[in-house]
Design a protein. Sequence first.
Length: 217
Amino acid sequence: GAAAYAAEGLIPPGVPGSGEQDFRTDGGALLDNDPAHRDELAEEARSLLAEAGYAEARDLGELEYLYVDEGSNAAVAQALVDAWQSALGLQVTARGVSREELDTALREGTFTLAGTEIRAVGNDAECFLMQWGSAKPENLGRYANSAYDTLLSVIAGAEEGEARMGCLHDAEALLLEEGAAAPLYTTVTGWTLRDGLSGVLRDARGWFSFAAAGRTA
């Protein structure tokens, strides 16, 4: 799976099996992007800036958002820049670079804002969330939180079940609440079952089970 965070999606949407709820939505949306809440969220953002010592958005100076100049990334970058300007008055310049230039900036920490694609070795939430562990080389934003590391340790040793899913939910919520990453979108693969068939299940890791598959009456 792949995701865009700004840094590009964090976790690919698993298809619940056997009536299970997706752990990310069972407790409500973790990232509120409802247009109806825009003014309220903008006010909250301004309050957070003030708490950080920036009474006015212009006190942050002009910021730069880096992105790989390919596909729809330029349009996404412009949408972000426009939203930051209109909602908060932030002055952000989007700059398209090559993939090599972005990789270097992320690796060396010579960036302020960046959009990049996150991939994982497996279609499971843990495979994505583990990248923000404080000792992980993939942790390009240098995020460090002992509570988050503890959750990752518990998840790594847990068996499948509600307890593991709950820890995954808590870890993702913590990551987003602290602003270590801001998911923008995720890419998915769609599957369609032929008419007249039913009983195919897909678990949260993306594996299909055809054990109960058959023709409908």
